[in-house]
Write a protein that binds this ligand. Structure first.
Ligand SMILES: [Zn+2]
Length: 240
């Protein structure tokens, strides 16, 4: 018996999608309608827009931002699809055990050859506010522990700020600076800096009340400020 044919005969058919049982909400339907409108608008501006877009990407920027729905990378920087490679998570945390973040960083730096990695936080960040509190929210508490560690490093400063909003916003800034430092400490960036002089890491905070970006002026283009604890020799040298 033909094993392939037999396999086909005995295969279990995929379940039919429930075409009529799900009633679609207005908010869901509006997404697809919005897509149709967007396609029309883009084609009106440039009939070849999608032909060009589908050919590939060569972004010069990697954006590591917060998942918050109010801080989309393209909109706040007035850039177009294809210009910014994006990774987002709650409170723009960059930790060296996060395979998702590391994979995005490695691909952006070593394959796409981006020139700028930007860690972008935002004032009023709910994740940062939660890390300052003693409330439990579930699984996310383990993720936010990374920000509590930043709080611990700067508790002497933060605990002196009596206004709660100001205290959250200061930790937003300190968190961005710490995550920039974490990116710089990674083997990916340290090794890239050994070969390239055109790779910069930056820290930004978006002010949702004005829409404006505040550069935290912690940009790095080399390992000068890493500190001896985190500086790494190259792999060959370490093996001898
Ligand atoms: Zn946030």
């Amino acid at each position: 018996m033909d094993p392939i044919k037999n396999h086909k005969t005995n295969s279990i058919p995929a379940p039919e999608p429930e075409k009529t049982k799900i009633s679609l909400s207005q908010s869901y339907a509006s997404l697809l309608n919005g897509n149709s409108e967007w396609v029309k608008t883009q084609l009106t501006k440039d009939p070849d827009y999608f032909t060009k877009l589908s050919k590939g990407q060569s972004p010069e920027v990697l954006w590591i931002g917060c998942s918050d729905s109010r801080v989309p990378a393209n909109e706040v920087t007035n850039t177009n699809p294809g210009e910014v490679f994006v990774h987002r998570n709650i409170a723009n945390v960059c930790v060296h055990t996060d395979m998702n973040m590391l994979s995005v960083l490695d691909y952006a730096v070593n394959v796409l050859k981006v020139k700028h990695v930007i860690v972008a936080g935002h004032y009023g960040c709910g994740g940062v506010a939660a890390a300052l509190s003693k409330k439990q929210f579930g699984l996310i508490d383990n993720w936010l522990r990374n920000i509590k560690d930043v709080y611990r490093l700067h508790s002497h400063e933060l605990d002196r700020i009596t206004d709660e909003e100001q205290r959250v916003n200061r930790l937003v800034e300190l968190n961005v600076m710490e995550q920039v430092y974490n990116v710089c400490k990674s083997t990916i960036i340290q090794n890239a800096w050994k070969e390239r002089s055109d790779l910069q890491i930056h820290g930004w905070v978006i002010d949702l009340k004005t829409g404006l970006i505040k550069d935290q002026k912690v940009s790095s283009s080399g390992p000068r400020n890493l500190g001896y604890v985190y500086e790494l020799d190259d792999v060959e040298a370490a093996a001898h």
